[in-house]
Design a protein around this ligand. Structure first.
Ligand code: ZN
Length: 163
């Protein structure tokens, strides 16, 4: 089932999400719906608060291959962040807005899959590193717009008025 993606200004995008303590059928359904919604909206990632849930769940598919390969991380934690990459980011919750964000190139993401098994994903740059950081930010109520430098924030403010 496709879910409604909340847009910037909705308070639910600003909450600190709660850890998942038990993987229930409802949570599995939420994950399946998030994946369906991500593909429908042509996003490379989606975080639970974007669809109105306050749980620490992200789904992503950085599209490094033509075949769909959806991945989920429950209660993701990022570590070993080092290096620097810059790239234009957008967000399904901030339609029409883009900006350059500085992220760590290397990131180790730890969390759980739908079966409750521990998962580790390591990335050394590229879309996967950006997606992991962008989506995990959502779980702490942070949007990529918050990470733009002041000049870019000013530009986005103007663009937003024109939208
Ligand atoms: Zn986003």
């Amino acid at each position: 089932m496709k879910l409604k993606v909340l847009t910037e200004g909705d308070e639910r995008l600003r909450v600190i999400c709660k850890p998942v303590t038990k993987i229930t059928p409802a949570i599995k359904k939420l994950i399946a719906d998030m994946i369906e919604t991500m593909y429908y909206k042509k996003g490379v990632g989606l975080a639970a608060p974007q669809v109105g849930s306050d749980l620490r769940i992200i789904v992503f598919d950085p599209r490094t291959t033509k075949r769909r390969k959806p991945q989920v991380l429950i209660n993701p934690e990022l570590s070993e962040m080092r290096g620097e990459i810059r790239g234009d980011e957008g967000c399904l919750s901030c339609p029409g807005l883009w900006g350059e964000v500085v992220r760590s190139a290397h990131v180790l993401a730890k969390g759980f899959n739908e079966a409750g098994e521990p998962v580790e994903i390591e990335s050394d740059g590229g879309v996967l590193s950006v997606v992991l950081q962008h989506e995990t930010d959502h779980l702490d109520g942070i949007l990529f717009l918050d990470r733009l430098d002041p000049a870019q924030q000013l530009r986005v403010m103007k663009e937003r008025e024109e939208l």
